[in-house]
Design a binder for this molecule. Structure first.
Ligand code: SF4
Ligand code: SF4
Length: 267
């Protein structure tokens, strides 16, 4: 099977949130009790969670006196250079990749719920479920892909904003869509060609990159290597979520101190 991708043509998204419902339905995820969130994004629920693996976010800006309103479906981007996999401390890794398709998924039988993937993902995607202490996120519907089906969100999208196929084909389509948008006077950006060595969820952002809440140059954090070093003395059999949590906490403090030091030097 070739490398796969979902193309998200946001110029066609109408924020119906059918994808959100389809994801819940296929993955048997319960609804969440939510309250209206009036901050940036305005979406409901506010963020991804162990029960919500995809979410449509809302954005607005005023331009030349008129209001521009745009939407972005958020979920795991299935990065080629995935910080979550690099950070996952168990052996073999619980956060892993299907080599053929490029899909990143959690093998729950190995997951210890330590949250290293949560801490290091540059997009805030995975969340550890308190009930079973396993990391949860979009699986790219790998169970459907293996049966020759498309992901549930793609199947349900009524506007054609989500397209599934071989990654090479999706990149070609993304470029063609961006070209058309440019000719129509829009300012499109394709997110996922080079970011983290290539994503398997590729966005065509019709309003340009700055308008949305995606990081401009996402990176695998440098101190992942230090985390590995700190955990090395602990044997695979005795590694616990608490030990990983302590190591992450220590590295966070070091990072904060370094930032404070730099700020001091500036003054
Ligand atoms: S978006 Fe986050 S969870 Fe998904 S593959 Fe990339 S680093 Fe991992
Ligand atoms: S919670 Fe820990 S063990 Fe589980 S996938 Fe994330 S990093 Fe790996």
């Amino acid at each position: 099977m070739a490398e796969k991708a979902v193309l998200l043509d946001l110029s066609k998204c109408m924020a119906c949130r059918g994808c959100q419902v389809a994801c819940k339905q296929w993955n048997d995820l319960p609804a969440e009790k939510t309250t209206f969130f009036g901050g940036p994004g305005y979406q409901n629920p506010k963020d991804l969670s162990p029960q919500t693996w995809t979410l449509v976010k809302f954005f607005e800006k005023k331009e030349n006196g008129s209001l521009i309103w745009a939407f972005r479906k958020h979920q795991c981007l299935h990065c080629s250079d995935a910080a979550c996999i690099a950070a996952c401390p168990v052996t073999p890794k619980a956060m892993t990749r299907d080599k053929e398709t490029g899909i990143v998924y959690v093998d729950e039988s190995r997951c210890i719920g330590c949250g290293a993937c949560v801490e290091y993902c540059p997009f805030g995607v995975p969340h550890v479920d308190e009930k079973d202490e396993k990391s949860k996120k979009c699986t790219f519907c790998i169970d459907r892909i293996q049966e020759g089906l498309e992901p549930a969100c793609v199947k349900t999208c009524p506007s054609g904003a989500l397209i599934f196929g071989d990654r090479d084909e999706m990149l070609k389509k993304a470029k063609a869509i961006a070209k058309k948008l440019k000719m129509a006077g829009r300012n499109p950006y394709i997110y996922g060609i080079k970011e983290l060595k290539g994503l398997h969820k590729i966005y065509v952002l019709p309003e340009g990159l700055d308008f949305y809440d995606l990081p401009k140059s996402p990176k695998v954090p440098e101190d992942i290597g230090l985390l590995e070093g700190l955990l090395k003395p602990i044997s695979v059999a005795t590694l616990t979520a608490a030990a990983v949590g302590l190591a992450i906490g220590y590295l966070k403090t070091v990072r904060q101190e370094q930032v404070a030091e730099k700020e001091k030097e500036k003054c």
